[in-house]
Design a protein around this ligand. Structure first.
Ligand code: PHE
Length: 352
């Protein structure tokens, strides 16, 4: 019996040594055949010795044989795994050269206009303005009628606006309710908005005064693209309604804003102008490389607009302004061509 046990222990030790010495699949397979081969394997021959073990010792000897069988099989599998996945720590350390420059990962960036919008929102937030949103597809009531823009006004010329022909039919059909203020007067014409002043109306329609909001978003005009024009651009609309807002407040807010965004040395000029929805109206110019450049319009909200949204012009008063976002960003970074923003040229966009 003890002879048998010595034999199988020796077999176990030999097989473990052989399997762990195997360096590749081939030598491991040779070792497997040597020890575990079904016909001439060394395990088989030791197994045969079991016949010579005295009867009373057989159960214990058989048990130990089975244990050893399992251990040999496990040693084989461990080596098999080691050979299949040779990238152990030692190999990695050898292959790693810390003196080589790392592989750079190109990280994306927010579009410069998105960054500008975030910064403008931040500046105006500090001046007490919260953000309001409005749809880009609008009806004529919000894009012009409620803004005191009469039917004859050139701003409503189909050649100057992107009217939506399909939406027009649908809206006309779907809005047959007699008291539907949004479309009743305009016959359901729908367009992509030409200005963010639409949001002034939407906010005042739904909120009682006081109001102090900005709205930033896309507007669309049938302009030919050149260095300073693009058929789609962004505006920042501002609206402040309360009982005692003055033109001086308007000028102060626009000046503070300009100083915050463009720097303390910015020069601001207000020129008398006309907008149907403000009275009096001004245009705001900023000095840029020695020339006055228009950044937007502003003025005291016209009493007709206040009446349109159900406010009493004897009770409340306010101002509104609309500034071009691209132009602000261009002035800040000295960008000379608005089209750069929309060329998807990563080398340009990555600079901001
Ligand atoms: N909506 C005007 C434009 O797009 C700008 C403006 C906004 C003027 C608010 C006055 C008040 O040109």
């Amino acid at each position: 019996m003890s002879e048998f046990l010595t034999e199988i222990d020796a077999l176990l030790a030999a097989s473990e040594a052989a399997f762990s010495a195997a360096e590749d699949a081939e030598s491991l397979e040779a070792a497997r055949i040597d020890f575990l081969g079904a016909k001439k394997g060394r395990l088989k021959s030791v197994q045969k010795l079991l016949g010579g073990v005295p009867k009373e010792d057989k159960p214990a000897a058989g048990k130990r044989l089975n244990e050893v069988k399992g251990l040999i099989q496990a040693a084989f599998e461990a080596s098999q795994q080691r050979i299949a996945a040779p990238a152990n720590d030692a190999a990695i350390t050898e292959a790693f050269d810390p003196s080589l420059p790392g592989a750079t990962t190109r990280i994306g960036k927010l579009h410069p206009i998105t960054q500008t919008i975030e910064e403008l929102t931040d500046i105006m937030g500090r001046l007490g303005f919260s953000v309001a949103l409005g749809p880009e597809v609008e009806d004529e009531r919000h894009n012009s009628e409620a803004l005191n823009i009469s039917l004859e006004h050139p701003a409503r010329d189909p050649l100057d606006n992107f009217y939506l022909s399909t939406a027009r039919k649908n809206t006309a059909k779907n809005n047959t309710a007699p008291n539907n203020k949004n479309t009743a007067a305009s016959g359901g014409a729908t367009l992509i908005r030409s200005q963010t002043s639409t949001v002034q109306i939407r906010v005042m329609e739904n909120t009682p005064p006081p109001i102090r909001i900005i709205s930033l978003g896309r507007v669309y005009r049938t302009d030919e693209a050149d260095k300073t024009h693009y058929p789609m651009f962004h505006q920042m609309e501002g609206l402040w309604i309360d009982t005692d807002v003055t033109m001086a407040d308007l000028k102060t807010v626009l000046r503070l804003f300009a100083v915050s965004y463009l720097g303390a040395d910015v020069h601001v000029r207000f020129r008398p102008s006309f907008f149907p929805f403000t009275e009096p109206s001004v245009e705001a110019d900023y000095l840029w490389n020695g020339a006055w450049v228009e950044f937007g319009g502003a003025g005291m909200v016209d009493p007709n607009v206040l009446k349109e949204v159900g406010y009493d012009p004897e009770e409340v008063i306010g101002f509104a302004f609309g500034l071009g976002v691209e132009r602000l960003c261009m002035r800040r970074h000295n960008i000379t061509d608005i089209r750069e923003f929309y060329r998807n040229n990563v080398r340009f966009l990555h600079q901001f």
